[in-house]
Design a protein around this ligand. Structure first.
Ligand code: SF4
Ligand code: SF4
Length: 167
């Protein structure tokens, strides 16, 4: 099993454990607040980009074109929050869900030291002590494993160097 797939398996194991113990966990299709408010342009390692490309290529060409244009707009954007170009805003769903980057898989279920990596909805439940029994994943471990997978680049750079796709 390659290292990225192994990392996905480890993340899914953590997420399933949290969800099994918290059956009303908020993260589900249609809850897309985090995809609307990315703190920065997503950064991906080469293997994550290769996986994402597989998902992008499988999309209808007009959707891929829309995403390409949205990515091109991102590089000129100056507002603090980034709406992910791969979000279907009508459905509140990720159009490359099976191929999404690691950061999207961990968000809402992992922390970094004592710093939350989750949205305000989950934060409210954390500060309200509702989630005091949750055994969160440790994002530092994930970051370490990602570093073994190679350098990261902005999504905009990956797209800019992607032959055959017009930005
Ligand atoms: S992290 Fe927050 S906004 Fe994102 S899916 Fe989960 S509950 Fe919804
Ligand atoms: S790739 Fe998908 S899951 Fe990740 S931020 Fe974009 S829309 Fe959300």
């Amino acid at each position: 099993m390659n290292k990225l797939i192994q990392l996905h398996v480890d993340i899914d194991t953590r997420i399933n454990a949290i969800r099994d113990d918290n059956t009303d966990w908020q993260c589900k299709m249609g809850c897309d607040g985090c995809c609307h408010r990315l703190a920065e342009v997503p950064r991906l390692t080469t293997v994550e980009w290769e996986l994402l490309q597989t998902g992008l290529i499988a999309l209808p060409s007009e959707i891929l074109q829309e995403i390409s244009h949205a990515v091109a707009t991102l590089s000129k954007q100056s507002t603090p929050f980034v709406v992910c170009p791969m979000l279907d805003k009508l459905k509140g769903a990720c159009v490359v869900y099976e191929h999404r980057p690691v950061a999207c898989r961990t968000y809402g279920y992992y922390v970094q030291y004592d710093q939350g990596l989750y949205c305000n909805d989950i934060l409210e439940r954390v500060t309200g002590d509702v989630l005091k029994d949750v055994v969160w994943g440790n994002h530092n471990t994930v970051d370490r494993q990602l570093r073994y997978l190679g350098e990261t680049k902005d999504l905009t750079k990956w797209f800019a160097n992607w032959e055959g796709v017009t930005l």
